[in-house]
Design a protein around this ligand. Structure first.
Ligand code: HAS
Ligand code: CU
Length: 583
């Protein structure tokens, strides 16, 4: 008898499938735009006017970093909760409701951004419809109100999704009062809790400042305040993308490796640490911002270094679980076991390569996080290299690899072509190796990010090894390989949906554990306690910086010129110091 997800939960499977397809559409459009901009700024092939570059970059960032990731993860979370509690959602209409809200939000944001390509964007609500504010959308850049309204709908939709997962768990708990929270649900709930904490910042920023400002209700805003509120959310959001990846690495990858999860208690500790520390460190994105005292930046750096711990624990636990799998499959030796892993399986290989790249990404993250060394890499292509390894590979490649498992679970149809899938994940790994390596290298030599014309001010970027031409060629080559990989992924998804229903779909089960929940101290499941501590940490980390920003230039500030001047001066100083290093 078949025991795929769709057989257990046919109605939930439909919502999850819809969320996945929304995510794939965002991936298709956002990914294609990535190729356009890589070729444009490396000067390999240009068909855009340079101002349109920023519209493309905004669409690329928003569609991939916000829509692709979050649509996919709400699907993963719904699957994880319902499967591990073995019960459906409380009210499927509510589930469709939050999904629909997220779709309407995305469409509104998308239409607003894409209207920017028109010669004369239509005037709606008294202003031109466009939004080339990039995915970080803080002031002084301003978008059309629709952009902000769309974002609000999307975020509120995700909040309601959280309510849905909590309701399912509450219902389960009332019937199973003495049982431990199953690990996958525990992971979803802790993640949802920090998502609530961090999105408060962005909600405040949009509803109190950016939206009224773009509607013309207030004349000015305090750019540093909106930046700080954005980064209050903007670091935690990266862990919102990462946690579904970790859920898959902890609860599925050991099984795909042929083994069991090394430790359930350690996994719980990791997720508690993310709940505690994901938010009070956003200022590490603002080391170069004038107007925030060094001491606050130092606190953010310290918290960031502490937050390396759960990822290092993850590296240990997940690799130990893989090793256990390999040894079950007959693997031997200190490293020889690696060859016993199922490398022909695209699901396993995609996730393992994503993990491997994340190890490199962790190192570039540690460099970003150092206050002093950040001055060298901030606002350069290094950072872009960093996040293409993190969200662009650890997360995106894990999602794609897992889709090869999920789509059969959700449709009851077998994957169209496993060899194409294997080629696809390998191609992503190779393409990203070229692209991100070249980005990191050029970033070290001051190659700026977020510009269509990297050679501005006549500044020449000469890497220590190789030439700018060679770096550009590697980025362009990488981008082409990634695009081919993306096309192969989408092809496999589309063709799978045309397949016949099959009886050969594996059962919908999680990996077993070597050390299970019975070994976890009960206090780990005390969500109220951890949430309270998380809130206290946020209050400690943010009250004084926010108070001093408001004190310095007002709640609705008017000192935009001063802020711009600060940024310009900072940039000039950095360029000067780079010139000293690179004669
Ligand atoms: Fe970051 C900038 C610091 C992780 C995303 N980051 C960004 C931006 C993005 C981003 C999008 O401190 C740019 C934002 C913008 O537009 O300006 N980041 C860190 C640190 C970590 C980190 C310390 N980042 C992420 C993750 C992201 C992400 C995760 C997305 C998903 N990042 C920064 C800083 C900046 C920054 C500064 C600002 C830079 C600036 O100046 O603008 C850490 O969380 C990383 C910890 C990771 C590890 C690695 C552990 C290894 C594991 C692999 C296990 C292996 C397996 C497979 C499973 C310590 C878990 C083994 C395979 C076998 C075959 C055996
Ligand atoms: Cu960060």
């Amino acid at each position: 008898m078949r025991n795929a997800y769709v057989d257990q939960f046919p109605t939930e499977a439909r919502v999850i499938k819809a969320a996945f397809w929304s995510s794939f559409i965002a991936l298709a459009i956002g990914g294609s735009l990535g190729l356009v901009q890589a070729l444009h700024r490396t000067d390999v092939f240009r068909f855009l006017e340079s101002p349109d570059y920023y519209t493309v970059l905004t669409a690329h960032g928003v569609l991939l970093a916000i829509s692709f990731t979050i649509f996919f993860l709400v699907g993963v979370f719904t699957w994880a909760v319902t499967t591990s509690l073995d019960r459906g959602v409380e009210d499927i209409r509510f589930t469709w409701g939050w999904y629909a809200m997220m779709v309407v939000g995305t469409v509104l944001v998308g239409v607003t951004i894409f209207a920017g390509f028109l010669e004369e964007p239509p005037v709606v609500l008294g202003s031109e419809l466009y939004a080339d504010v990039l995915f970080t959308f803080y002031a002084p850049l301003q978008a059309h109100p629709f952009f902000y309204i769309g974002l609000v709908l999307f975020v509120v939709g995700s909040w309601l999704a959280g309510v849905d997962w909590f309701r399912t768990w509450w219902a389960w708990r009332s019937e199973n009062p003495d049982e431990r929270i199953p690990l996958p649900t525990f992971m979803v709930l802790t993640t949802t809790l920090f998502w609530y904490i961090c999105t408060l910042g962005v909600a405040l920023s949009i509803l109190v400042f950016l939206l009224p400002w773009s509607l013309g209700l207030v004349d000015s805003v305090n750019p540093l305040l909106t930046r700080t509120l954005f980064w209050y959310f903007g670091h935690a959001v990266v862990y919102f993308w990462l946690m579904p990846t970790y859920i898959l690495w902890y609860t599925m990858l050991p099984k795909f490796s042929g083994g069991k999860l090394f430790s359930d208690p350690l996994a719980r500790v990791v997720f508690v640490l993310f709940l505690l520390l994901s938010t009070p460190l956003g200022i590490h994105h603002q080391y170069l911002d004038p107007g925030i005292a060094e001491g606050f930046k130092f606190i953010a750096m310290t918290n960031t270094m502490f937050l390396l711990l759960p990822s290092l624990l993850t590296a240990f636990t997940v690799v130990a679980s893989m090793e256990h799998g390999a040894r079950q499959r007959g693997g031997e030796g200190y490293v020889g076991w690696l060859t016993a892993l199922p490398w022909r399986d695209p699901i396993f290989t995609g996730m393992a390569l994503a993990g491997l790249m994340f190890a490199a990404a962790g190192f570039s993250g540690m460099i970003n996080a150092g206050m002093n060394i950040n001055y060298l890499v901030h606002n350069t292509w290094w950072v872009v290299g960093h996040f293409h390894l993190t969200v662009g590979t650890a997360v995106a490649l894990t999602f794609m690899a897992s889709a090869y498992w999920f789509i059969p679970q959700l449709t009851g149809k077998e994957l169209w072509n496993r060899s194409v899938a294997l080629g696809q994940v390998l191609l992503w790994f190779i393409g990203m190796t070229f692209m991100s390596n070249a980005m990191h290298r050029s970033g070290l030599f001051g190659m700026p990010r977020r510009t269509a014309e990297p050679q501005y001010q006549g500044f020449e970027f000469e890497p220590a090894v190789g030439t700018v031409g060679e770096i550009n060629a590697q980025v362009a080559l990488g981008a082409v390989l990634l695009t081919v990989s993306l096309a192969l992924f989408l092809l496999n998804m589309v063709m799978t949906s045309f397949n016949e229903t099959s009886d050969a779909i594996p059962d919908n089960t999680f990996a077993g554990t070597l050390s299970g929940p019975e070994d976890s101290p009960a206090i780990l499941d005390n969500l109220a306690l951890w949430t309270a501590i998380a809130v206290v940490l946020v209050i400690f980390a943010y009250t004084l910086p926010l108070a001093s920003i408001i004190d310095g230039s007002g709640l609705f500030g008017s000192d935009i010129d001063g802020f711009q001047l600060g940024i310009e001066t900072g940039r000039a100083l950095v360029l000067e110091s780079i010139r000293e290093v690179v004669p």
